[in-house]
Write a protein that binds this ligand. Structure first.
Ligand SMILES: [Zn+2]
Length: 294
């Protein structure tokens, strides 16, 4: 199944919902950053959440960043999404190895530990909107549910999952996000709660061939669900040699001087996608020259 996301409303717009299948996105992140299984799962979940939350952005240039700062061995994660399904992200320590949890699952909560979740919405204004809450379990979905309830006062339910193959590539990844709008009636709330109690994990549903549309039909069963939009989602980074050059200049002339003195070409990696950019000594000298003129 190709990666994509659907948006829906239900119960006369008392509910809005999102669902996505993101296997390729999670697998691209795994390959780019050479992540261990537990990090693949953690990052895959956060990327999926980023895709869904990003799709709520209105402006062309708007960006949403999900940032986890934590004390677990993963050290932190950052995911940035635009409103058109392009998502990128990385974990600070991509090769964390942890024993499985007591239920035999990848211990994402153990890898993340406790810390803070920041949601940064950059909509081109002078100051971006920043909401932040304490991590609840480090399992990502619960942390986002808590974030929506406390920081945005929107009762929500979030499901996220990444399932691995035996060879540690990604077999399934995806998620859903359901939100109650302020005028939701008691009947709608209790129906949604009943439905949520019945459903299985996101990855087991996807693994049975259930599509994002089908997934929302289950979550919003009996609530007159209507799909309002469908969009492709992908792991995509907008880095370029030019941008990396700017980042190089920002680290300072002294540092560049040292690199030139070493007399060896250097490789600078993009943090978000791990793509490497090579700079020869001559190029470094030119960059320094340009920086002097600025
Ligand atoms: Zn990049």
């Amino acid at each position: 199944m190709k990666d994509y996301l659907v948006k829906a409303t239900a119960a006369n717009a008392q509910v809005r919902a999102f669902s996505a299948t993101t296997r390729q996105m999670a697998e691209t992140a795994r390959k780019n950053h050479d992540t261990s299984p537990v990090v693949t799962a953690a990052l895959g979940r956060l990327l999926t959440a980023g895709a869904m939350m990003g799709s709520m952005l209105k402006g062309e240039a708007d960006l949403l960043t999900l940032q986890i700062t934590c004390d677990g061995p993963i050290g932190g994660m950052t995911v940035t999404a635009d409103g058109r399904g392009r998502v990128k992200g990385y974990a600070k320590n991509p090769q964390v190895i942890l024993p499985a949890s007591s239920q035999g699952k990848l211990d994402v909560g153990g890898a993340v530990g406790s810390g803070i979740l920041r949601v940064i919405q950059d909509c081109g204004l002078k100051d971006p909107y920043v909401g932040q809450t304490a991590l609840q379990t480090g399992e990502i979905a619960e942390d986002l549910t808590y974030y929506f309830a406390t920081s945005e006062q929107v009762p929500s339910s979030v499901g996220l999952g990444v399932l691995m193959e035996r060879d540690n590539t990604v077999r399934q990844a995806g998620g859903f996000l359901v939100q109650l709008l302020p005028f939701a009636e008691e009947e709608t709330i209790s129906r949604l709660e009943q439905n949520l109690q019945k459903i299985r994990s996101v990855t087991s549903m996807l693994d049975d061939g259930i599509t994002p549309e089908g997934l929302l039909e289950l979550v919003l069963e009996g609530m007159d669900m209507q799909i309002t939009d469908t969009m492709d989602v992908e792991f995509a980074c907008s880095c370029s040699k030019e941008r990396v050059e700017k980042a190089l200049i920002s680290i300072g002339r002294e540092e560049i001087d040292k690199m030139i003195a070493d007399g060896e070409p250097i490789e600078v990696k993009c943090q978000f996608c791990s793509r490497g950019y090579r700079f020869t000594v001559q190029e470094l000298t030119d960059i320094l020259e340009k920086a002097r003129k600025q």
